[in-house]
Design a protein around this ligand. Structure first.
Ligand code: UDP
Ligand code: MG
Length: 311
């Protein structure tokens, strides 16, 4: 029996890219394997679903899973993990920034026994200077604080063996940072380099604000280092306060009290207030996450699925 390969593609407003994507995928879908292309419609506002329906009718290897609204790429990917049926799954973007031509090489490495073949960007496209620097800082912080490697310049373009998919299905947290999960699950990994192309159609739906949110998510969901930071900050401030206390005490005993030092008071009050608010904020971020997880809502909601998996 032939092995089955699933291709999982989260799509948000990709009506223009889908026909091109179809052409580029069909050219690499050889007869050596069975194929399943699962398109996840993440609540698109254009006619993506209509196009997906058309692709499904034309070529039944293509199926789609329609979510009830826009849940974001991270959750759309989890939906995909739940529904793919292949012996391995390739995750890629719909906008043709991830080259289909790299897929045969990924499959070859998988056949050699690698369980997680990830694509490594050679270039980052034409991203702004600030965005590039910001992203480097983020990875630096994450690598310093988390206990496993989350690789920079590695996106979501990758091939995962079904054992990885099975593991990822069990990670149900609703605030998701999937890239961290790929690192967390382990397994035998290898990277291949690819050239990022410009987006062919439509526009990127990641604003700087959304990326910043994802970066915070990455840091908070994979490390508790910020909590440690507020402990350390608290300790330093308390120690300095104690030393200052001794200084003031001795000075008062020797020279007497002349009710000066108003600026010192103001500075101290403001500084301590700041440190306390910062620490409270950090704790709040974690408490917020506990709150969200404790509700145990389903991570995504499906409107329609027309693929092969029994559910
Ligand atoms: N995407 C999604 N849901 C969203 C935003 C994006 O499923 O809420 C999909 C999008 O259709 C694309 C992939 O995620 O296939 C990457 O998105 P995009 O190209 O906007 O991101 P970038 O390439 O700029 O990182
Ligand atoms: Mg893109």
């Amino acid at each position: 029996m032939k092995k089955k390969i699933s291709i999982l593609i989260p799509c948000y407003n990709e009506a223009q890219s889908l026909p091109l994507l179809y052409d580029s995928l069909v050219s690499i879908m050889t007869d050596d394997y069975d194929w399943e292309v699962l398109l996840i419609d993440d609540g698109s506002k254009d006619n993506s679903v209509f196009i997906m329906e058309g692709l499904h009718n034309k070529d039944e290897r293509f199926s789609y899973l329609e979510l009830s609204r826009n849940f974001g790429k991270e959750k759309a990917m989890l939906a995909g993990f739940d529904y793919v049926t292949g012996d391995c799954t390739i995750i890629m973007d719909a906008d043709l920034q991830h080259p289909s031509e790299a897929i045969p090489q990924m499959i070859k490495l998988w056949e050699e026994g690698y369980e997680d073949v990830y694509g490594k960007r050679k270039n980052r496209g034409n991203e702004s200077y600030l965005r590039r620097k910001f992203s480097l800082l983020f990875y630096y912080l994450l690598q310093k604080t988390a206990k496993y490697d989350v690789l920079p310049n590695v996106g979501d373009f990758r091939l995962l063996d079904k054992i990885c998919i099975k593991t990822l299905r069990n990670i149900r947290e609703s605030e998701r940072y999937t890239k961290g999960m790929f690192a967390w699950i382990g397994f035998k990994k290898i990277g291949i380099e690819f050239e990022t192309k410009e987006r062919t159609k439509g526009k990127s739906s990641w604003s700087f604000r959304k990326l910043f949110g994802l970066a915070i998510e990455g840091l908070l969901s994979f490390t508790t280092a910020p909590l440690r930071l507020s402990t350390v900050l608290g300790a330093i401030v308390s120690l300095s306060a104690f030393i200052y206390l001794i200084y003031v005490l001795i000075k008062t005993l020797i020279i007497g009290n002349d009710v000066a030092g108003f600026p010192t008071m103001v500075i101290l009050i403001l500084f301590l207030g700041g440190v306390q608010l910062l620490s409270l904020g950090i704790i709040g971020e974690y408490v917020g996450r506990i709150f969200i997880e404790s509700k145990k809502r389903p991570t995504y909601v499906v409107r329609k699925y027309n693929g092969k998996k029994e559910c």
